[in-house]
Design a binder for this molecule. Structure first.
Ligand code: PEP
Ligand code: MG
Length: 541
């Protein structure tokens, strides 16, 4: 039996076998395949996708650095379409019966070596280009890799690190828990673990030797126990049963109102990242959805989701919630949520960079597609829209203007649209300080305490080293929340918290006393918070 201590993301127990997941190994792993036709199709689709990426990179480089510098992407596209290169990959798949990733990677290596050995300097330099394009195709293929990382039996997943785009693609029913070496407790991967209600630890040394070993995640003491002895296993099985009993006790609160002892009704909503999470919202009897992180629809795909795809997703959630509020946050990518096909530049400070509403107002075509999909879905339920990372009144006015134009466009096409409340996320100190002005523009505020803490304390929420001082209880953060509540109420705007702090039961009573109207939390936190609301007094505020 071995024990490691890390940091806990969710205070639960998981028991099961470990599956070691590694991006790098997946890429070069040789897997025998029966259905070579399917592998050939995977290769062709990945190649098409890589060609599109190269075309976009060419256009972008043309705008930004001129034709001469952009030409390299055209050269890459030509190399990728080279007959010898393609025949060699197809031949490897068919004759060796191997997976597309392996065929592309080995062909890339062979061609690169061949170029390297040539006398001509020009051709020698092409060696790096060949490697580059084969890596591009492999990484497109890898997009489906995370999806297929889990087998038939549920496992505890162990990885060096997990990107939100990988986590979101995994089949949650096959995940008992996960353990990573890197990552911070405030990252989106951690948030996903909490939404999925999956015990998770970070800061645990992870390598392939963990594969197949029996393990216990103890989220309370933040420990990973490997190869537990009989006695330890029994102890944790009992703990798990006790967790189950507590969960069942809370079930009695289902169907009960979220009203304080002195009669204030609180909107107790839940956060989701995918259509599938709606089932958890309903199972935990939340009043609505206070934050649908729509960017995960983009993260789980290898190309821009179409208007129709988005419409179907939003409509399904709206219909499943049957008239209860569903607040869709518009695309919030950038920082730790990187989407390959957006081809965003590398930035020194991505958290303070080109992200969220900044991208949407710059690339209006993407924004308009999303708004059309949301407005179309609003005819099927009770939808609200909120805009992330707002720092100015002008941004809000621009968003409202675009929404009004999109609404008119749909009306002209005879497409039905419902009433939609508009709100902004208050997650920058700038938004807090002008919340009196913003309140006049919108119907509601939703305080994003995850980013608000990061920007107020000047602590990168991704930096695991700073986890211990990333303190959402800091008086600066709590004073800001109070200020936002006061400013919003002066204008008749309702206000909630959708950051992780909203689920912190040690603060629920404080929030109620401040006058918070809404708390939007991970589905599993709904009933514990309902219990506190029903036992508390909100008072005059
Ligand atoms: C927040 O910043 O608090 C928030 C809810 O948004 P996200 O965590 O997705 O950045
Ligand atoms: Mg945020």
């Amino acid at each position: 039996m071995e024990k490691f201590e890390g940091k806990s993301i969710l205070k639960g127990v998981a028991i099961g076998k470990i599956h070691y997941y590694s991006k790098g190994e997946q890429v070069v792993q040789r897997v025998s395949v029966e259905d070579t036709g399917a592998e050939l199709q995977r290769f062709e689709a990945a190649k098409e996708k890589a060609l599109e990426q190269l075309h976009e990179l060419y256009e972008k480089a043309l705008r930004e650095v001129g034709e001469v510098n952009a030409a390299i992407f055209d050269v890459h596209a030509m190399m990728l379409e080279d007959d010898d290169f393609n025949d060699s990959i197809r031949n490897a798949i068919e004759s060796q019966k191997v997976n597309a990733e392996y065929a592309v990677a080995t062909t890339g290596d062979n061609f690169a070596r061949m170029f390297e050995e040539m006398d001509d300097e020009y051709f020698q330099a092409r060696s790096a280009d060949i490697k580059d394009i084969s890596e591009r195709v492999v990484s497109v293929l890898h997009g489906a890799g995370a999806k297929n990382a889990l087998g038939d039996e549920p496992v505890i997943l162990a990885a060096k690190d997990l990107a939100p785009s990988e986590t979101v693609q995994m089949d949650k029913s096959k995940l008992l828990g996960f353990v990573t070496e890197f990552g911070s407790s405030n990252s989106h991967t951690a948030i996903l673990a909490r939404t999925m209600n999956i015990p998770a630890l970070i800061g645990i040394p992870v390598d392939e030797s963990l594969e197949g070993r029996t393990a216990i995640i103890d989220g309370v003491t933040a420990a990973l126990i490997l190869d537990p002895d009989e006695e330890t296993l029994k102890l944790y099985q009992e703990k798990k049963q006790e967790e189950e009993r507590q969960r069942e006790l809370l079930q009695e609160l289902k169907g009960k109102e979220d009203v304080t002892l002195d009669g204030k009704h609180i909107r107790l909503y839940a956060n989701i990242g995918s259509v599938g999470d709606t089932a958890k919202v309903l199972a935990n009897d939340a009043d609505g959805i206070g934050l649908f992180r729509s960017e995960f629809l983009y993260l789980e795909k290898s190309d821009y989701p179409t208007e129709e795809e988005q419409f179907q997703a939003y409509k399904t959630v709206a219909q499943n919630m049957a008239g209860k509020k569903v607040i869709i946050r518009t695309l919030d990518i950038g920082a730790d949520k990187q989407v390959d096909y957006f081809n965003l530049d590398h930035e020194e400070n991505p958290a303070m960079g080109y992200r969220a509403i900044r991208i949407c107002l710059d690339r209006e075509d993407i924004f308009r597609t999303q708004l059309r999909a949301i407005l179309r879905a609003s005819a099927y339920g009770n939808i609200g829209i909120m805009y992330p990372m707002i720092i100015s009144v002008d941004e809000v006015k621009k968003c409202k203007e675009i929404l009004a134009q999109v609404r008119e466009e749909l009306a002209n096409q005879g497409i039905p649209v419902g009433d939609v409340e508009q709100g902004v996320m208050i997650e920058t100190p700038a938004a807090v300080m002008i919340s009196d002005l913003l309140a006049g523009e919108v119907d509601f505020f939703s305080i994003g305490t995850n980013d608000l803490t990061q920007y107020t304390l000047a602590i990168d929420r991704q930096n695991a080293k700073l986890d211990s001082i990333y303190d959402s209880h800091h008086p600066a953060v709590l004073r800001m929340i109070r200020m936002v509540v006061e400013n919003s109420h002066k204008c008749g705007c309702w206000v909630g918290i959708c950051g992780e702090l909203g689920a912190d039961t040690t603060l629920t009573v404080d929030f109620l006393r401040m006058g918070i109207d809404e708390l939007s939390v991970t589905p599993a936190s709904v009933l514990p918070i309902r219990k506190i609301i029903r036992e508390s007094v909100a008072g005059e505020n």
